[in-house]
Design a protein around this ligand. Structure first.
Ligand code: MG
Length: 230
């Protein structure tokens, strides 16, 4: 059944240059189902359980009904990363003796173009990839902390690698984490990264729950348009 869904997405997928005037509502509804389908693809038997959590967010998305097009989203991401990259360059240049630096990235609508991609693998969010590449090339470990469930760990890892990220570690939510507060879960993963001896010089995400809770020298907030982008 999930194969049929993917085939349907294939027909509904629209190139970015054609999406500018598409109503947000239509795109949001496709995206919500798309996320569920990715879960179904990985493990159909567990799909119902794993997709239960995002339901409330989906309802909020539909209610807000903003019209955010791809170019606006990219410009907004670029503006944030235009501040993040010079900071990273300076902070990396100022590495202290013996310091192991790390950055932490959220995945959906941060590292990847989740709500604008409609394909697998999902494309990288280019302004974020550029900063990650700079970090990678200068010996900084790039960790990914996502609310995605553990059953899609493998396809997520493949996706990140395929589009150019060199992951030092991918944290996904285990079964018990699915019932845990997302901000608390994500903070706990940063504590775990620190416990391995890393200094987290930047934490980049698009939801408030990606960034609250400390355990990073700086945070950079990409747009979520009041919770419309996961
Ligand atoms: Mg996100």
């Amino acid at each position: 059944m999930h194969t049929t869904r993917w085939q349907r997405y294939g027909r509904e997928r629209t190139p970015h240059h054609m999406t500018n005037r598409r109503p947000w509502l239509r795109r949001a509804s496709v995206t919500a189902v798309s996320a569920a389908a990715l879960v179904a693809l990985a493990a159909p038997a567990e799909a119902a359980t794993a997709s239960a959590a995002p339901t409330a967010a989906t309802a909020a998305t539909t209610a807000a009904a903003a019209d955010v097009d791809y170019d606006t989203w990219q410009a907004d991401c670029r503006a944030v990363m235009d501040e993040a990259l010079p900071y990273l360059q300076q902070r990396i240049a100022d590495t202290r003796p013996g310091e192991k630096q790390a950055i932490v990235l959220d995945i959906d609508n941060t590292a990847l173009e989740t709500d604008f991609g409609f394909s697998y693998p999902q494309p990288a969010n280019k302004p974020v990839l550029e900063a990650a590449r700079y970090a990678q090339e200068h010996g900084v470990a790039v960790f990914f902390v996502t609310a995605r469930p553990g059953i899609i760990h493998a396809p997520t890892e493949y996706n990140l690698d395929r589009v150019g990220y060199e992951s030092a570690g991918l944290y996904v939510r285990g079964f018990s984490d699915l019932f845990r507060d997302v901000a608390e879960y994500k903070t706990a993963q940063r504590v775990d990264i620190e416990s391995k001896g890393y200094t987290i010089i930047a934490n980049i995400g698009n939801s408030p729950t990606d960034l609250s809770g400390g355990h990073a020298e700086r945070t950079f907030k990409l747009p979520d348009y009041d919770g419309q982008l996961s």
